[in-house]
Design a protein around this ligand. Structure first.
Ligand code: GDD
Ligand code: MG
Length: 358
């Protein structure tokens, strides 16, 4: 079975980290979002993956190659211009024709979905398209469905204005599509599966919903990305909560770590730091004494000063954070930026890559 992953978005809400990489390459625990997604597909028997990409494709190719490390074959389908969420599926038709049906995934979702279940249900319903659904309290920032008690989707409404959603079952960004759906997607232009293809299929075909009830996170915002990092760290049971000299990281100094956390190779942590819970520290990071970090992701090669407090933040690769700086509530720092000691960082600040922030 073949799966298409849509990874062409710009990751706007995760800037400045996504100025320098697609969001799928941000770390999540000991992996990255895209490796996590492909790993789960491979575990469930998918051997061929089409990556529909546009934004910074070389970075993805460098990390994933042809998929050999993950046990799959990856085909790259490149877009010169963003083709939306259905256009890339039509563009990749050479890989998809002859398959009967295929799976499509939004490339920014962390979930423990069982793809076999949606496939089985799709077959028994003889559906044209099946959409994985997830129940949320506020559906307004998602695609929402109007669905019968038998599970047939009558209408699909993308991002309905507040108070107008027909249900609180949202599009979870995973579809099974019959090959015939390709004929309903115009070739060579931007097409939205949510705004064009699904509404059309609801009229002309049989669209069914399948409710997923486990873990589901759209990692598109800083808060939801950090939540996904937390879930993956917790699931991989990394870290240890005992106080001890952590020789491997800090040359015998005393550091308090709270699970879950992960610390990359060659990372050095100063005396009396508190790390965790929910912290991913990349490789070759240095952290000065008396610094506290929780609910945060620090990318490789960052230099964090002494007496720093980091909470609910993401620090880019090679960024330098001066002594006693406090970053929290989604103040984000891009790659190689410097935040100088004494700088007053306003709430919600996004410090650009290479910026000198004084
Ligand atoms: N190849 C390609 N080309 N991929 C794209 C493009 C494009 O032009 N535009 C967006 N994508 C990818 C994004 O990278 C992401 O993986 C996926 O398509 C969805 O785009 P988002 O920009 O993340 O959309 P959203 O989160 O606002 O809404 C979508 O996901 C929700 C669930 O998280 C919709 O599908 C909603 O209906 C859905 O509820
Ligand atoms: Mg999204």
């Amino acid at each position: 079975m073949i799966a298409v992953i849509l990874v062409g978005g710009f990751g706007t809400r995760l800037r400045p980290l996504t100025c320098t990489r697609p969001k799928q390459l941000l770390p999540l625990g000991n992996t990255t979002l895209i490796e996590y997604m492909i790993g789960r597909l491979a575990e469930q028997g998918f051997r061929e993956i089409v990556l529909a990409i546009g934004y910074q494709p070389d970075a993805l190719k460098e990390v994933l190659g042809e998929g050999e490390k993950l046990g799959v074959t990856i085909h790259y389908s490149l877009e010169d211009e963003p083709l939306g969420t259905a256009g890339p599926i039509r563009q990749a038709e050479n890989y998809l024709r002859g398959s009967g049906r295929f799976l499509v995934l939004n490339g920014d979702i962390v979930s423990d979905m069982n793809y076999q279940q949606i496939l089985d249900q799709h077959r028994s319903n003889q559906a044209t398209a099946s959409i994985a659904l997830y129940r949320v309290c506020d559906p307004s920032r998602y695609g929402v469905v109007d669905i019968t008690s038998e599970g047939q989707i009558l209408a699909f409404i993308e991002k309905p204005s507040a108070g107008t959603a027909p249900s609180n079952l949202i599009n979870a960004g995973c579809y099974v599509l019959e090959e015939s759906v390709l004929d309903h997607i115009p070739l060579g232009r931007k097409v939205s599966i949510e705004r064009e293809t699904f509404p059309l299929l609801c009229e002309k075909g049989r669209v069914h919903g399948w409710e997923h009830k486990g873990l589901w996170i759209d990692t598109g915002t800083p808060a939801s990305y950090l939540e996904a990092n937390r879930e993956i760290l917790a699931a991989s049971q990394v870290g240890s909560s005992i106080t001890r000299p952590m020789k491997e990281y800090s040359e015998g100094k005393y550091v308090q770590c709270y699970r879950p956390y992960i610390i990359g190779r060659h990372t050095k942590i100063g005396d009396y730091c508190e790390i965790g819970p929910n912290v991913t520290l990349g490789r070759n990071v240095s952290i000065g004494a008396n610094t506290r970090i929780r609910d945060a992701v620090i990318l490789n090669d960052a230099e964090i000063g002494e007496g720093v407090v980091l909470k609910d933040t993401i620090i880019g690769q090679g960024a330098i954070i001066g002594n006693k700086i406090r970053l929290e509530k989604f103040q984000l720092v891009g790659d190689r930026a410097t935040v100088y000691p004494g700088a007053i960082v306003p709430p919600g600040a996004r410090i650009n890559p290479d910026e000198d922030f004084r």
